[in-house]
Design a protein around this ligand. Structure first.
Ligand code: HEM
Length: 130
């Protein structure tokens, strides 16, 4: 179960990084050609984060994941809901578009921290630590 959480966190982090790459291309290289891909990949990232949170919850219940891992997975999913909303609402610019970028950076940091703690022995709940 722990490996499942770890790999789902790695895939979610990679998807957000790919989205940042796609939007950089869209803004400065290909005249927004990859904006649509950035947007729909965002929906895929959200779906993977939901699976990550479910697997983290099951791992937590089995004592194989700490409350921190579960909490960070759930927070990732919540921030991704906001990110999708800000992305679509930000099509005309303004506050939503302005908040979309720092939220994207926050998501990236959170996911990298989540990936990092899945490698810690402390990942497991106290009763299972050898
Ligand atoms: C660091 C990461 C990210 C950055 C820097 C970023 C930046 C942007 C920018 C600049 C736009 C274009 C706004 C415009 O129309 O001018 C955009 C659109 C959008 N972004 Fe992101 N984004 C990031 C991550 C994400 C993530 C993780 C999601 C979803 C989970 C997402 C979903 C969207 C959506 C849905 C749109 C609208 C696409 C459309 O108009 O069809 N973005 N993003």
């Amino acid at each position: 179960m722990t490996t499942g959480v770890r790999w789902l966190a790695i895939v979610t982090a990679a998807l957000v990084l790919i989205q940042a790459l796609l939007i950089g291309q869209a803004l400065y290289v290909n005249q927004m050609a990859t904006l649509g891909t950035h947007g729909w990949l965002g929906n895929v990232t959200f779906a993977v984060a939901v699976i990550l949170t479910v697997v983290a919850f099951l791992a937590f219940r089995r004592g194989e994941a700490s409350a921190a891992v579960l909490g960070m997975s759930a927070l990732t999913t919540l921030l991704l809901i906001a990110q999708l909303g800000l992305g679509y609402a930000g099509r005309k610019g303004g506050i939503p578009a302005a908040l979309h970028i720092p939220n994207g950076v926050l998501l990236t940091g959170l996911l990298f921290a989540l990936v990092a703690i899945t490698f810690w022995p402390a990942m497991k709940s106290p009763s299972l630590r050898s």
